[in-house]
Write a protein that binds this ligand. Structure first.
Ligand code: OAK
Length: 839
């Protein structure tokens, strides 16, 4: 079309599509313009939320300009791209982050204040985008920030859930779940692409025919279909013009009403079909590290992977390359096994629709995909029942059986006559009914498999993927230790500390090159600097104390030691052990004389996190924490020496307040169970010390910051099996301190003890799977070391500074660079700034 236009028309378009300037006046005008036109409001009837909406819309205009420029330039350059497939993107709020990354926070704040609003209040009016459960979803968000910042050509693909993770309220001490109405007031951070609508089939049957050369052809005839509609979420990099994209799919009925049913007078059935279609992207499954096995979840997975692959292949086809070049243009990363169907879908499309031979197609597939494993917990391993799968995806089932057959034939060739081995490695588990093991499929269909911390990557090679290492060799199995973005988790969440660091280092290069923080090391001995450092920590504690007052109606002193455990509630994370220790501490204080009490280090113990709605034991832990809090917080014998709070509805924006305010945080999973952990990195980056086990990334944090700056306790991963064996068969008695605590609960010190019987049963000798009793004594000792160390505030400040100074490794920039160089083989490509509109 453009080619037909006269030169003047083209020039006019080019001139008018230049970006608007970013001076104070232009920005204020754009905010007011959105108030009066888009929102149709007047200045005198504005509240904080409408101010937020107007500022968001103005910010969005600038984001979209960058998005357009980036995507336009990338289309021309057509480099190899990476596609990050994740069922979860836990983005949190967008406005503050977008303004900071685009370098516009200062001018916007000034503009907003002059217009009579407080910038912080405006920022806090935004609701979180909470399309994720925990670590896996937040990791995806951090990686998208780093990919954009480092100018990598990368797209995320996910689902646009109408409801993200549920809202948690505490009623009578119990967790209750409420829907997350995050889309109630429009979402300015997405661009609906209503023109991008892809049909996705389900069910039906497979037609088998012979083509003219006698080759068997398979044609899947789905019984019904739904539409996938694209919604694009721009992701701006920090200190670059580059702006990447996350494409989220929403399901829609193919036709609003099935006309046959409608005309037959069956109005209800036709509406029902439409509802079924919309249901696919209605809600995020609220399970973290567990598998629900529901049919709707499988539908979500196919809907999403099929739409994403269609989109990726359509983009590839535009370049007119050969299919054999596909892996040179496309890298696809599988965020856990959730998108593993993409492997099968690509094989299907290449063989059935593009008519490639099986072997040529399979070579393309395995050079395209790589797989990240995020857990070794058996209850999290995805398996799909064969009958259910066949009903929904008959052709995909055939392909999986063929992939498995050819794979096992090769295994048999390499290791003949080992039926046990074939059984163990098979993609199909011989159960009643048969099950598809998605992790095996992901390994077989990928060229690289990685864990998320050194210990975890080692463990998966020794356990779940042991046989696969023997078969494929070591090179296929690599480690990519997780990272976090310092832009959100320090610069945005802790603006004062960020400013002090920049002032001290003389520049803000550390924000893009986190190892520069090492420059803080030489300030450790500077008393003046330590004073500033500690003052900022105290301000952050005051900010958290205010949040605790508002949310929990408990007053806590910012002079106490803030001890924090915030993460999903899970038995393996051992929040239970933490609250049991709190009870122990409470009992100890109660038994003290006034003189003894004078030397107790006051503590505020903060918990936060959601339990999966069906996870009974985890929900009981929440109840116990609240019951203990109710007793302890009003006990005059304890006063300010101990306070316990459970902050309801923990999410990304609450984490941004909590993380900078910790003195010590708890990362205390049973060794070998937490794949990595990422909040450990966030806390230490903000100068918080940690108490933790030798698990996940704790081990690498220890290596970086040194053993004097971390409190380590508990058994090692390679001792766990022996300990479990010993307690099962050798009658190891329960730890005596723990026994005392349990008795106190059973005497009814904290609510009706009957409530807690199922929880206490998990500690029965021989059944304490997570080894709370075995680790309890060393946990108490570690806590005593924390108290003792905190007494010396000058030494504590030194430790705190050393923590921050040595966290460079844990930037997600380092992590994505490793993926880009060693797995994806992609290069950065920088976006040229095409300039501003001339006044
Ligand atoms: C969620 C669902 C299924 C499987 C794993 C998860 C998950 O969130 N795993 C977590 O991933 C994080 C990012 O890699 C790790 O830091 C956590 O240790 C791990 O539990």
């Amino acid at each position: 079309e453009k080619a037909k236009w006269p030169k003047e028309t083209v020039q006019l378009w080019e001139q008018l599509s230049k970006k608007e300037a970013n001076d104070l006046h232009t920005i204020q005008k754009s905010i007011v313009h959105h108030v009066t036109t888009t929102l149709a409001r007047a200045a005198y009837n504005m509240d904080n939320f409408s101010a937020y909406q107007a500022v968001a819309l103005s910010t969005r205009d600038r984001l979209i300009s960058r998005w357009n420029e980036t995507q336009g330039q990338l289309s021309k350059a057509d480099p190899k791209r990476v596609y990050y497939l994740s069922l979860e993107f836990l983005l949190g709020r967008s406005m503050d982050n977008a303004l900071l990354n685009m370098g516009l926070k200062g001018v916007y704040s000034q503009g907003v204040e002059q217009l009579g609003f407080n910038m912080e209040d405006v920022i806090e009016s935004e609701v979180d985008a909470a399309l994720g459960n925990g670590g896996l979803g937040r990791l995806a968000a951090c990686y998208m920030d780093s990919l954009a910042t480092l100018d990598y050509p990368a797209w995320g693909y996910g689902l646009r859930y109408n409801y993200g993770i549920f809202q948690q309220r505490i009623v009578d001490g119990y967790q209750t779940e409420y829907p997350d109405y995050w889309l109630n007031f429009d979402n300015p951070w997405e661009l609906p692409r209503l023109d991008i609508s892809i049909p996705i089939g389900f069910g039906g049957h497979v037609q088998t025919t012979q083509d003219e050369y006698g080759v068997t052809r398979h044609n899947w005839i789905p019984a019904n279909s739904v539409q996938a509609i694209a919604y694009d979420v721009p992701i701006p990099g920090y200190g670059t013009e580059n702006c990447n994209n996350i494409r989220l799919w929403r399901s829609k009925p193919t036709r609003v009403f099935d006309l046959t049913s409608f005309n037959e007078g069956n109005y209800e059935k036709s509406v029902e079909d439409a509802t079924q279609a919309e249901k696919i992207t209605s809600v995020l499954y609220p399970n973290d590290n567990t598998m629900a096995g529901k049919e709707l979840r499988l539908k979500q997975q196919y809907f999403w992977t099929a739409a994403s692959l269609y989109d990726i292949m359509r983009r590839f086809k535009k370049s007119m390359r050969e299919w054999s070049d596909f892996p040179d243009q496309v890298a696809i990363q599988l965020n856990d096994t959730h998108p593993t169907l993409a492997i099968v879908e690509l094989q299907r499309l290449l063989v059935d629709e593009e008519m490639l031979s099986w072997d040529d197609a399979w070579d393309i597939v395995t050079r395209t995909f790589a797989f990240t494993n995020h857990t070794v917990l058996p209850e999290a391993m995805e398996k799909w029942s064969v009958p259910m799968f066949e009903y929904l995806l008959p052709r995909h089932l055939q392909i999986i059986f063929d992939i498995n057959l050819f794979f096992l034939q090769k295994v048999e060739k390499k290791f003949p006559n080992d039926r046990g081995l074939l059984n163990r490695m098979s993609i199909i588990e011989e159960a009643q009914p048969q099950q598809i093991r998605m992790a095996h499929l992901a390994v077989v269909g990928s060229h690289k498999v990685n864990g998320v911390a050194a210990l975890h990557s080692d463990l998966i090679k020794k356990t779940i993927f042991h046989d696969f290492v023997d078969y494929y060799g070591e090179e296929k199995f690599v480690n990519k230790t997780n990272g976090i973005t310092p832009r959100r988790w320090l610069h945005q969440a802790n603006p004062q500390l960020s400013a002090l660091i920049t002032e001290t280092l003389g520049n803000d290069r550390w924000l893009k090159e986190l190892s520069q923080l090492r420059g803080l090391d030489k300030k450790v001995e500077n008393a003046e600097f330590r004073k500033k450092w500690t003052a900022i920590k105290r301000l952050n504690k005051v900010r958290l104390a205010e949040l605790i007052k508002t949310r929990c109606d408990v007053e806590v002193s910012p002079d106490a030691l803030f001890d924090i455990q915030v993460k999903r509630i899970h038995e393996y994370k051992r929040q239970f052990m933490n609250i049991l220790y709190v009870i122990h501490r409470y009992r100890t204080i109660k038994s003290m004389t006034a003189a003894q009490k004078a030397s107790v280090q006051p503590r505020v113990v903060v918990f936060g996190g959601k339990a999966a709605p069906g996870y009974y034991i985890a929900k009981l832990v929440i109840k116990l924490i609240n019951s203990v809090a109710a007793v302890v917080n009003q006990d005059p014998a304890v006063g300010d020496l101990l306070k316990v709070v459970f902050v309801p509805d923990y999410n990304v924006s609450v984490a941004e307040i909590i993380v900078p305010a910790s003195d010590i945080s708890q990362h205390i999973s049973t060794a070998g169970t937490e794949a990595s952990g990422t909040s450990n990195m966030k806390f230490v980056l903000n100068g918080g010390l940690i108490i933790g086990t030798m698990d996940g990334a704790n081990i690498e944090i220890l290596e970086e910051i040194g053993e004097d700056n971390i409190f380590i306790f508990g058994c090692l991963a390679d001792e766990v099996e022996d300990l479990r064996h010993a307690q099962r068969y050798r009658n190891v008695p329960m730890d005596p301190a723990l026994q005392g605590v349990i008795s106190a609960i059973e005497r009814g010190t904290f609510d009706d003890p009957k409530i807690y019987q199922p929880l206490i049963s998990t500690l029965t000798v021989g059944k304490d799977f997570y080894l709370i009793s075995a680790d309890f004594a060393s946990y108490i000792a570690a806590n005593q070391q924390v108290d003792a160390a905190y007494k010396d505030q000058e030494e504590w400040a030194k430790k705190s500074i050393r923590c921050t100074a040595n966290m460079g490794k844990f930037s997600s920039d380092r992590a994505v660079k490793e993926y880009a160089d060693q797995i994806w083989n992609i290069k950065p490509i920088s976006v040229v700034d095409e300039g501003y509109l001339q006044a």
